[in-house]
Design a protein around this ligand. Structure first.
Ligand SMILES: [Ca+2]
Ligand SMILES: [Ca+2]
Ligand SMILES: [Ca+2]
Ligand SMILES: [Ca+2]
Length: 809
């Protein structure tokens, strides 16, 4: 009031700049600006002009950022300085061709995570969730991205759950719980002197023990909802299993099960009729049609040399099978090896290795949870995190994510092998250790894989004697040309029926066209059964993402004496997968996992290790058809830096080559239609042009001889091709007429007659009936035509048989 309007304005005038100065001063004290030797320059005159200006003022032009902006670096200005290079700035600004220029400062960028480690007293002992030596499941990696299982529902199918346990109560979900044993809604465990029924409660805590409540430790998905089904504390029947597996499938997202047939090393058993239907119904209808996710422990029969492929629950394609590693990265003594295992989490090992910390009966906390049954719930928790990151994932998407983000890391096994797409896989660990941070990151941007395709081949035409060794080759086209065409594999099954006097003496291998060798069965010394296998669907995950076209080999081997005997009566090869090739999947390999060397900030691979080439953000050993190895600029942008470098990548063949051996224009190995390949590799010459020319026109210049050669060379194959076509048509017409003349009835009843009645002379006719139905018949086995009768039956009754047969899971 004492101050009039004029003095007030004056005060503002004086105080304003003072305040600004003060703030600036403060900011520079708190976080001083660091000037780089880089300038962002706007030059509307084009790249040439930019180059000219760069050299005029002592800059190197590091290329263009976007629009008319260029990245200049000064030759003499130091890389990092606390003071601005005013002189250079002024000179640039004064140039009439430069519309704007700015010396770049280093910006402070923090990740926007509000994450802090849980404060629970036992959290420090949960070595498998987070570990400074990085031998962990990288749970903190997912939590830091903000995923803790919120909104995801997990149910533990076991011996009950202590729903009022102080570390579970808050996350307990009655809608994800039931007591199948006593047919009531309350899954509270039955308490005994020996605490027999503590297993379910222990598993539940691994998934969703509450965080930051000063009690025990935390679950992997500590904000997930957790329920339990009490089903193991009583008679387990097919109906009990089915009821448990199909509980509330529109509410429960993930079912975790750590049970199965006896792990005695001599049992071959799996889900029966109802349980099988429950699985099928779950993946088809559960979660609004995206499919229930069944996480399964691979088995504890390691000491008995059991094979998890003889357990129809883990061997099923619908279960995501999980094995164990010890703290030190060894195969635990209880672990079972088999080709259907997908991935691994930690569990107990030797006495000197740590075990799993979790909730225990009677409101307690334990640090001695053990066995493969401790591994499955950890996996279920990690999968819950991935599901929170992307609720739209199907049951198969989840398996793809597990395959792509699991890592061999430090896990020790003698059988790590690279499969046909360069991924390391082992029978003890599947694709390796789950990585919560990685799976969540990939899940966020995952695009659903296409619908599941199923391509079936009945390989055997007649029973084969197994003897000491039986090898069967089969060339397949993966149902090319039909809706079932599998271009990129997921699960593969060999459905075998065989008799053998001692089943445990057999080793069975399946070798994919890419050379991946899956052990479908290793010898089981305790298995003296003479029952053999009855339509048992041995499953492998090891050829995931491979192209199934080519020769598959089944090897059955007797590892004992020559006195054993038996017969293989059925070998059906079932290929599951998608219609899109693997190189279009959104694979983003992790650094250190083999092929990828550098990831950019978006976690996309931009540089591959030696021996691999970058192709569509993934690393491949061989470039796909239509591409050849070349170098492309390294597209690496971290902060403000653009490092100029180049990487080896798969680049498209130069026009007009369809395929090529290198990027040179004369290295075509095949040509588009109406073109002709001169030499191999060579150039593509346009056929029409040559044909349209009159012969004389080739003689006009001095190189007439060469042209004549070319003309002859190019016309000869065409003449041969035309003649061959005529001959083939004539042959077909002849055979057709012959069939007409021989028997009209034969043509009317092809399905009944073709397979058994047509002799070797008419095998062509028999095969045509089959291929018409979209089933390829290029049998590499013994050249005998197949039984089309059976095949038709197979196609028509595929689904019925699938449900009916015990091992079709
Ligand atoms: Ca009850
Ligand atoms: Ca807790
Ligand atoms: Ca087992
Ligand atoms: Ca499985």
């Amino acid at each position: 009031m004492a101050l009039g309007p004029a003095p007030a304005g004056l005060l503002q005038l004086i105080l304003g700049p003072v305040l600004v100065l003060l703030v600036c001063g403060l900011s520079s004290v708190l976080g001083q600006e660091v000037y780089t030797n880089q300038w962002a320059v706007h030059i509307p005159g084009g790249p040439e002009e930019a180059n000219r200006i760069a050299s005029k003022y002592g800059f190197i032009n590091f290329g263009h950022v976007f629009g008319d902006y260029y990245n200049f670096r000064h030759r003499r200005v130091v890389k990092r300085s606390l003071s601005e290079h005013r002189e250079t700035q002024v000179r640039l600004e004064k140039d009439p061709m430069v519309s704007w220029a700015e010396q770049q400062v280093v910006k402070r960028r923090r990740k926007r995570d509000l994450y802090t480690d849980p404060t629970d007293p036992k959290f420090v002992d949960q070595w498998y969730l987070h570990n400074s030596n990085r031998r962990d499941l990288n749970a903190t990696g997912a939590w830091q991205q903000g995923y803790t299982g919120r909104g995801v529902v997990v149910s533990i199918l076991d011996d009950g759950i202590e729903k009022n346990h102080p570390d579970l109560m808050q996350n307990y979900d009655p809608d994800a719980s039931y007591d199948v044993n006593d047919a009531d809604p309350d899954p509270q465990p039955r308490y005994t002197q020996l605490n027999d029924n503590r297993h379910g409660t222990r598993c539940a805590g691994e998934v969703a023990a509450v965080a930051n409540n000063e009690i025990c430790g935390v679950g992997v998905a500590y904000n997930a909802k957790i329920g339990g089904v009490r089903m193991l504390d009583g008679e387990v029947t097919d109906m009990v299993e089915a009821q448990s597996l199909s509980l509330n499938p529109q509410h429960i997202d993930i079912y975790s099960a750590s049970w199965g047939p006896e792990d005695d090393g001599k049992t071959v058993d799996g889900p029966a009729k109802m349980a099988k239907e429950a699985f099928l119904h779950g993946v088809k209808e559960g979660r609004g049609g995206l499919g229930s996710i069944f996480v399964w422990a691979s088995g504890n029969g390691g000491r008995e040399k059991d094979s998890c492929n003889c357990d129809g629950y883990t061997n099923s394609i619908y279960t995501l099978s999980i094995s164990s590693s010890t703290q030190n990265g060894n195969v635990p003594w209880y672990s079972e090896a088999c080709s259907s295992t997908l991935a691994t989490t930690y569990s107990s090992g030797n006495l000197n290795e740590k075990q799993i910390v979790t909730t225990d009966l009677k409101s307690k906390c334990t640090d001695t949870h053990t066995g493969t049954s401790a591994s499955a719930p950890l996996a279920a928790g990690i999968i819950a995190l991935a599901l929170e990151a992307n609720k739209n994932l199907t049951w198969r998407d989840m398996q793809h994510l597990v395959v792509q983000t699991s890592q061999p890391a430090h896990l020790l096994a003698s059988d790590w092998r690279s499969n046909g797409v360069g991924r390391k896989v082992s029978h003890s660990y599947g694709y390796g250790l789950l990585n919560a941070g990685a799976i969540v990151a990939m899940a966020k941007t995952w695009t659903n894989v296409g619908p599941q395709r199923k391509c079936v081949f009945t390989v055997l035409a007649e029973p084969r004697n197994i003897g000491g060794h039986l090898s069967i080759n089969k060339s397949v086209d993966a149902c090319f040309g039909s809706d079932a065409h599998v271009k990129s594999l997921e699960h593969v099954q060999a459905r075998l029926t065989l008799s053998y006097n001692r089943r445990g003496n057999l080793a069975i291998h399946l070798i994919s066209p890419a050379g991946t060798r899956s052990t479908l069965l290793h010898p089981r010394p305790h298995d003296y059964s003479s029952e053999g296998f009855n339509d048992w669907a041995f499953m492998t995950t090891h050829s995931w993402d491979e192209d199934p076209t080519g020769v598959w080999t089944l090897e059955i081997e007797n590892v004992a004496g020559a006195s054993d005997y038996g017969t293989l009566t059925q070998f059906i090869l079932v290929l599951y997968g998608t219609g899109s090739p693997s190189d279009t999947t959104t694979e983003k390999p992790q650094p250190g996992s083999g092929s990828c060397k550098t990831l950019d900030l978006r976690q996309i691979c931009i540089e591959c290790n030696a021996g691999y080439y970058l192709h569509k953000q993934s690393c491949v050993k061989r470039c796909p058809a239509g591409h050849a190895v070349g170098s492309q600029p390294l597209n690496y942008t971290v902060g403000n830096f653009v490092e100029p470098a180049s990487v080896q990548a798969c680049l498209p063949c130069p026009q007009p080559c369809v395929t090529c051996s290198s990027l040179s224009p004369d290295a075509c190995t095949s040509c588009p239609p109406h073109s002709y390949l001169e030499n191999n590799p060579g150039t593509c010459l346009h056929l029409n042009q040559i044909l349209r020319e009159t012969p004389g026109s080739f003689m006009v210049d001095g190189q007439g001889e060469r042209h004549l050669e070319m003309e002859m060379g190019s016309r000869l194959p065409i003449t041969i091709a035309v003649l061959s076509c005529v001959a083939i048509i004539a042959t077909f017409a002849g055979v057709f007429l012959l069939l007409q003349i021989r028997s009209g009835a034969l043509l009317k009843l092809p399905s009944l007659e073709a397979g058994s009645r047509l002799g070797a002379n008419f095998s062509l006719g028999g095969n045509r009936v089959v291929s018409y139905r979209g089933i390829p018949t290029v049998w590499g086995d013994d050249g005998v035509n197949t039984d089309s009768d059976n095949e038709e039956f197979d196609v028509q009754n595929e689904r019925t048989a699938f449900i009916k047969t015990q091992s079709a899971l």
